[in-house]
Write a protein that binds this ligand. Structure first.
Ligand SMILES: Nc1ncnc2c1ncn2[C@@H]1O[C@H](COP(=O)(O)OP(=O)(O)OP(=O)(O)O)[C@@H](O)[C@H]1O
Ligand SMILES: [Mg+2]
Length: 240
């Protein structure tokens, strides 16, 4: 039944409350580059309940970023299935998946992916403008999101004029500006000093306390300790 439900239909919130936000089963994903084939995910099961904060940890190259890309529908999978709020990503068109991300999912990229010609504020506004918000509403929400990550004064600066840690925080502001119910964050404290890391950890905790489900990849011991659950990966598999 949940298969047919769309988030804008009445009753959706009641139905989804009881089912996992993320339900991934036997997910496989390989990359082909020239003659080489890398099996990045080799049968991953990964379930996240509503309101959880889960940390995914594991050595470099074990498939953490690939997993987040697949769970958020940014990347196609080769086998298995992924349901988000009870709806199969495989049964959605590209447009449906873009729409899902625009409304319900936030993503903090490991490499920020900020647009260099735009200011911090414009970078954060962009997803709202693409989703059809008015310029005024987008600006107000962008400023509030930048203030929430401690960058209220840096709205007009461009990424090249900012430190790595500041860019990281702009990337987080952009990911949460539309108040997504599900946030994926790939090394959200990867470029931050320990003071700024602590602020970002507190920010993620407060988003989680407000009801946002968070799946993050981290090497930061403090951040993984503060997550409600730790999932370990090795060599394309979940090990515990
Ligand atoms: N676009 C790609 N093309 C080819 N191979 C890729 C691509 N992206 C990732 N890989 C390979 O897939 C495997 C998993 O990569 P992934 O980026 O998911 O690892 P990771 O756990 O996020 O590592 P890190 O901690 O270094 O970020 C690695 O062997 C990597 O080299
Ligand atoms: Mg990675």
């Amino acid at each position: 039944m949940a298969e047919q439900l769309k988030p804008d239909q009445s009753g959706f919130e009641e139905v989804v409350r009881g089912i996992p936000v993320v339900d991934a089963r036997a997910v496989r994903k390989a990359y082909e580059t020239g003659s080489a084939r890398v099996e990045a995910l080799r049968g991953v099961d990964f379930i996240v309940a509503r309101g959880e904060m889960v940390a995914v940890i594991g050595p470099s190259g074990c498939g953490k970023t690939t997993l987040l890309n697949c769970l958020s529908g940014l990347d196609d999978i080769d086998a298995g299935d992924i349901h988000i709020d009870g709806v199969s990503l495989r049964q959605m068109s590209d447009n449906d998946r873009t729409d899902l991300r625009g409304r319900r999912i936030g993503f903090v990229f490991q490499a920020f992916n900020l647009l260099p010609i735009l200011t911090a504020e414009e970078n954060v506004e962009l997803p709202l403008l693409i989703a059809g918000a008015s310029g005024r509403r987008a600006r107000r929400a962008a400023r509030a999101a930048l203030e929430r990550v401690g960058l209220g004064d840096a709205c007009r600066r461009k990424p090249v004029e900012m430190s790595g840690g500041e860019q990281q925080r702009v990337a987080i502001a952009r990911a949460v500006v539309h108040a997504p119910s599900l946030l994926f964050a790939d090394e959200p404290t990867g470029s931050l000093d320990s003071d700024t890391s602590t602020k970002i950890i507190e920010l993620l905790e407060s988003l989680n306390a407000d009801g946002q489900t968070i799946v993050l990849v981290t090497h930061n011991a403090e951040l993984s300790r503060r997550a409600g659950r730790i999932v370990r990966m090795a060599d394309g598999r979940v090990t515990s």
